[in-house]
Design a protein around this ligand. Structure first.
Ligand code: 6PG
Length: 471
């Protein structure tokens, strides 16, 4: 193929970049890839044999081979590597060319890059890509942000390669500026919350009910065929059943109990705090990963702080049903927090994000895809201004039917000294959100007493201060 005919360029030929390029080639697009690692360029050539794919090691030759105005995507680690790729491509780019950052970039970096590139006459799209290697190869969920005009230029290609749900592509403009990376960050925050809650349920089944990994896997498998159907429940079964070839043991038993993180969950919590939005299920999911990292301290503490040793107050089929209903309600409550955060972020940052579109794009291809997302989409279709999905008539009915199980599951785990921080935070969020009256009146009184911070009254307008301590 002549070197000037490539429709699309990709910088970063790691597993994700190669998989997405091959997906594009399968859909009839001629694509070029750039990587300084010749091994990755060779891998692209061998995996893409017979397809309209070409790898380059030289930035100038790569850029010149792409049809103008050029669309070039970067799939490199977030942070400095993105700026370094932009810097290395810039001398060869021309006006109206544009770059797409497909990594998990911090949204404020995306805003900065968009400003810098726009000033040079270049277009920029920050796009979250979810679904891992298999998603990239066979259909990811993609969350682009930026201008309608820039998005229009990549729309045909991203719609062809995206996952589809009921014939609709799981990609759409999430809003202006950094909206795409913001939505992806919140996606990951929800991902942390759901993974944490699945692991808490696994812990209750394992430590509390004494079930084997095989029995727990069968349980999750059955759940995945009903209302809890989701990618994360599905892969839980795979992880629990996997046997280590070398030892013949269940691999999950050999994996260290220290969870790592690359930062997106933390960013979700940090920005939610900046915006004054409560997302406690995500917050404690991040904290739970941090707690897992204190392995050496936990080992010592376990010797001193011996748990109560009380048994779970439920067992057998009743316990399994309780946990199933609990997880169903808690996951909906986690989505509710993430989506409420997106609503506020869209208002604060002027993104213009449509939450029905977000739910649509998350229905397939991404890590948090689940049957519930169609219910959530329908809630926003019925009421685009919904403050929180928990007050949608269908979702509130589900949550009210299942909250008792969530409460019972959490109380039982607490009694048995099994940590369930994210499940607990979910029930607490529900109880807080539906409390017409919260004890914050007392906090206001305390603040005013020690700091003269003033308070508002329920019976008259204004800011008030009281000399609380009578001398
Ligand atoms: C996805 C994933 C993906 C990645 C996470 C892992 O949507 O495909 O979210 O982006 O696996 O960033 O995040 P942690 O390393 O922070 O767990």
């Amino acid at each position: 193929m002549a070197d000037t005919l490539y429709d699309f360029g990709m910088v970063g030929l790691g597993t994700m970049g190669r998989a997405l390029l091959l997906n594009m080639a399968d859909h009839g697009f001629a694509v070029a890839g750039l990587d300084t690692d010749t091994g990755k360029v060779d891998a692209l050539h061998s995996e893409g044999a017979g397809k309209p794919v070409k790898g380059f090691g030289d930035a100038a030759a790569f850029v010149q081979a792409i049809r103008k105005p050029r669309a070039i995507m970067m799939l490199v680690p977030a942070g400095a590597p993105v700026d370094s790729v932009i810097h290395s491509l810039s001398p060869f780019l021309e006006e109206r060319d544009f770059l797409i950052d497909g990594g998990n970039s911090y949204f404020k970096d995306t805003d900065r890059r968009a400003l810098e590139l726009t000033a040079k006459g270049l277009g920029f799209i920050g796009m979250g890509v979810s679904g891992g290697e298999s998603g990239a190869r066979h259909g990811p969920s993609m969350m682009p942000g930026g201008t309608e005009a820039n998005y229009a230029r990549i729309k045909p290609i991203v719609e062809s390669v995206a996952a589809h749900f009921d014939g609709e592509p799981c990609v759409a403009l999430m809003g202006s500026g950094s909206a795409g990376h913001y939505v992806k960050t919140v996606h990951n925050g929800i991902e942390y919350a759901v993974m944490q809650m699945i692991s808490e349920v696994y812990d209750v089944m394992k430590r509390g009910l004494g079930l084997s990994n095989a029995a727990i896997a069968d349980t999750f498998d059955a759940w995945n065929h009903a209302e809890l159907q989701s990618f994360l429940v599905e892969i839980t079964t795979v992880v629990l059943r996997y046997k280590d070839e070398a030892t013949g043991k269940e691999l999950v038993e050999l994996i260290s109990d220290k969870a790592k993180q690359k930062g997106t969950g933390k960013w979700t919590s940090q920005d939610a705090m900046d915006l004054g939005m409560p997302i406690p299920t995500v917050d404690v999911a991040v904290a739970a990963r941090e707690m897992s990292g204190l392995k050496a301290e936990r080992v010592e503490a376990a010797k001193v702080l011996k748990p109560s040793g009380e048994a779970l107050p439920y067992s057998g089929d009743e316990a399994i049903e309780c946990l199933r209903h609990a997880l169903y309600a808690a996951v909906l409550i986690a989505y509710a927090q993430g989506l409420a955060l997106l609503k506020e972020a869209s208002r604060e940052y002027g993104y213009g994000t449509n939450l029905e579109t977000v739910a649509k794009v998350w229905r397939a291809g991404c890590i948090i895809r689940s049957r519930s997302l169609e219910t959530i989409r329908a809630a926003y279709a019925a009421n685009p201004d919904l403050a929180n999905i928990l007050v949608d008539p269908t979702i509130s009915k589900i949550v009210l039917e299942h909250e008792c199980a969530l409460r019972k599951a959490v109380m039982g785990a607490i009694q048995a000294s099994i940590p369930v921080p994210s499940l607990s935070a979910s029930i607490a969020y529900l109880d807080g959100y539906r409390s017409e009256i919260l004890p914050a009146n007392l906090i206001q009184g305390q603040r005013d007493l020690f700091g003269a911070h003033t308070y508002e009254r329920t019976d008259k307008e204004g800011a008030f201060h009281t000399q609380w301590e009578q001398a």
